[in-house]
Design a protein around this ligand. Structure first.
Ligand code: FES
Length: 107
């Protein structure tokens, strides 16, 4: 049986802070998973890029008041909690850790 030790080993660098300006988003690949990364006024958040409705790309959605609007049919998700504002179909979230100018996602 293999043990996973330090939490550090679960961090994966996905971008640098200068690649993601406040108010912008991008989509990164994390071990084959498409992850939508958001910079909201200097705070970073990460959600699954795949909308639970029909798979729309959340990383391409408009962000307003800490919520992202799916570009396909407009479902609205809280970028911090992944909660679906109008219903129960939440989207998965990831912890984001910023060290110096590097943005990491915890797997
Ligand atoms: S695919 Fe996202 S709202 Fe329909």
């Amino acid at each position: 049986m293999t043990e996973t030790s330090a939490d550090e080993s679960a961090l994966q660098k996905v971008a640098t802070t200068d690649e993601l300006e406040p108010g912008s988003s991008s989509v990164v690949d994390v071990d084959g998973e498409q992850v939508a990364l958001f910079n909201i006024e200097g705070e970073y958040f990460a959600l699954s890029n795949v909308c639970p409705h029909q798979g729309g790309p959340l990383g391409q959605g408009r962000v307003e008041d800490n919520c992202v609007y799916c570009p396909w049919h407009g479902w609205q998700f809280d970028v911090e909690t992944g909660e679906h504002v109008q219903g129960e179909d939440a989207v998965g979230t990831y912890d984001v850790v910023v060290e110096d100018d590097e943005i990491h996602i915890r797997l």
